[in-house]
Design a protein around this ligand. Structure first.
Ligand code: SF4
Length: 578
């Protein structure tokens, strides 16, 4: 991983490829890489769909190695949804393959003068870019099938669906899983729209002939990885809950806690929760010959994913995540797993963020476009996006735009990005993260649910404001650092509770790269990344006044606890004062 691939899509004679050394980006991976490049090279006031924006795709520091869990890929840019800096990360095989091909980042720059659509093929012999207008209008699944026909089965793909081609602000970037299905998405913030603006439909990676990356201290790395894996297997969340039921194990838990946003954030409990819970989902998958425990990339030992088959036992989609099941389920009053799975498939195929689309359809239902609980109407609305109808383009632009167009007051967004599956009134720590994250509302930016509800890493009362600022701050710092390693964030459950597992991760980083990083260095790295992102946002016009939740969270009490969000504004302004 000693080079950066830059592709200028706006060069006068067609796309121009340049390979450079790492230069000032040496030692960076994942989110540290994407946020540093965007911060240094993208004018904060540029238009997100313009030539000045860049799409940065970066594997993590340990991607492409024998290390467990190291397969996340970061996608960064200025976001067309929020106007802030954006890092969105995904699983799948792409990070491992890209790292083995030797690239610490691919940077798409410029903008083509015409509307040709390009595919990029990268293998050990170099980079080939060609026009392929036959891919126009295809979903991610058909796009990947075409790439398999052309390049064989030993590839990984990074692609966009129709939403990305239309440059819609809820468009995602899809990565293929080990079975070459485009199911793992850098969903948040409209990264797919930026890829579409660059005229790139798909990047195909083939690492045939390339070897695993070799650590500086192979024995030390092997030993640290062994301890790390043992730690993950020993923790109840990473060793039992997630493998058995996936992230959807949370439906019953969050519903019980009264923090499950239902009917577009009207109430905190959903009567139909048991019908769409992780337990029901896993039973359904097994009964239909699907898979309830599956890794989204090779080397994942938690394996929170799965395969969801339809009633006839045919593949329908990957196991929908908790946030997807919530977004298209309880938030829209839908309690039918098959319909939710169909909505998940459509999101993946069209290339849309499931959280943004679930929230958007919830807002549309509030506006009267469909009845809460009407699953077929939700499916029809999503299909409008693929068609590119006027309604579809509005919906594909996200919850904030949809709320404005249809005159809805209760629109659950921060900095234009939809809130995920935890109501901040009943889980106040995650409300602090939603309000203050550099990314817009994002549960993964500082997952306070862990300590508020799951009692991992301590115990902070979810219904009270006390302790939430410190909790969110520390988690945001740690997350920024973990997002730079290329490790799946779910390792954090074991890291927060088990100092030995945290030390094992540090030992992996040190033995691989020949470093002497301490826990304090990790904290400093997280702070540095957050500062870089905050500075970009400030230059883009964001102030503390944007670090707020919509007013209805402080004005309208949420049943069953009848609570409002009570963390004060001046407290929110303390999050980044360290
Ligand atoms: S734990 Fe889940 S999301 Fe994380 S790498 Fe494994 S399968 Fe992917």
């Amino acid at each position: 991983m000693d080079k950066i691939l830059r592709i200028d899509m706006g060069a006068a004679n067609g796309p121009e490829v340049k390979e450079t050394g790492l230069g000032e980006y040496a030692g960076m991976g994942g989110r540290a890489m994407t946020s540093s490049v965007v911060s240094k090279e993208v004018p904060p006031l540029c238009h997100a769909l313009g030539a000045e924006n860049k799409l940065v795709i970066a594997p993590g520091l340990l991607s492409g190695t024998t290390g467990a869990m190291s397969g996340r890929i970061s996608v960064g840019c200025k976001s067309p949804l929020t106007g802030t800096i954006k890092e969105s990360n995904a699983g799948g095989q792409a990070a491992q393959v890209l790292a083995r091909l030797g690239y610490a980042a691919i940077i798409l720059e410029g903008k083509p003068a015409n509307d040709d659509l390009y595919k990029v093929f990268i293998d050990k012999d170099g980079v080939k870019i060609s026009v392929d207008n036959g891919l126009k209008g295809l979903g991610n699944y058909k796009t990947v099938e075409k790439m398999k026909e052309e390049f064989g089965e030993k590839i990984s793909c990074i692609s966009i669906g129709q939403a990305g081609e239309m440059k819609l602000a809820a468009a995602s970037v899809a990565c293929t899983d080990p079975e070459l299905r485009p199911t793992r998405h850098a969903g948040r913030g409209g990264t797919g729209a930026v890829m579409g603006a660059k005229g790139v439909k798909v990047i195909v990676l083939d690492d045939t002939g390339m070897k695993m990356r070799v650590p500086k201290d192979p024995e030390g790395y092997k030993d640290a990885n062994k301890r790390f894996v043992e730690g993950l297997r020993n923790h109840a969340v990473t060793g039992q809950g997630l493998p058995a039921y996936g992230t959807n194990v949370l439906t019953n838990v969050i519903n019980e806690a009264g923090g499950y946003p239902t009917y577009n954030f009207k109430q905190g409990r959903f009567d139909g929760a048991a019908k769409i819970s992780g337990e029901t989902q896993a039973e359904t998958e097994k009964a239909r010959g699907g898979v309830a425990t599956h890794g989204c990339h090779r080397g994942c030992v938690i394996r929170c994913s799965g395969i969801y088959n339809d009633k006839d036992g045919n593949y329908l989609t990957k196991q929908p995540e908790y946030e997807t099941v919530w977004a298209h389920g309880g938030n829209c009053g839908i309690d039918d797993l098959d319909s939710i799975a169909m909505l998940d498939f459509l999101d993946d195929d069209i290339g849309l963020d499931t959280i943004e689309m679930g929230a958007t359809i919830g807002v549309a239902m509030d506006a009267g476009l469909a009845r809460f609980g009407d699953a077929q109407a939700a499916i029809d609305l999503l299909k409008e996006v693929a068609k590119g109808s006027e309604l579809g383009r509005i919906l594909g632009s996200g919850a904030a735009v949809t709320g404005k167009v249809f005159g809805v007051e209760r629109v659950p967004v921060v900095k234009g990005q939809a809130l995920p599956a935890y109501d901040p009134r009943a889980v106040q720590g995650i409300g602090v993260t939603y309000a203050t994250s550099t990314m817009g509302a994002d549960h993964t930016a500082g997952y306070a649910v862990a300590t508020n509800i799951l009692k991992v890493g301590g115990d902070v009362d979810p219904l009270k404001p006390e302790g939430q600022i410190e909790l969110s701050r520390n988690l945001q710092i740690a997350t920024a650092a973990i997002d730079s390693t290329g490790m799946c964030l779910f390792i954090a459950f074991a890291l927060l509770d088990q100092p030995d597992t945290f030390q094992a991760l540090l030992d992996m980083l040190n033995s691989f790269h020949g470093l002497n990083m301490t826990a304090d260095d990790v904290t400093e790295l997280g702070k540095k990344i957050l500062k870089t992102e905050r500075d970009f946002n400030a230059e883009a016009g964001f102030t503390s006044k944007h670090d707020r939740l919509p007013r209805f969270f402080t004005n309208d009490a949420l049943a069953p606890h009848n609570v409002t969000f009570t963390v004060k504004d001046e407290e929110l302004d303390r999050v980044f004062n360290w």
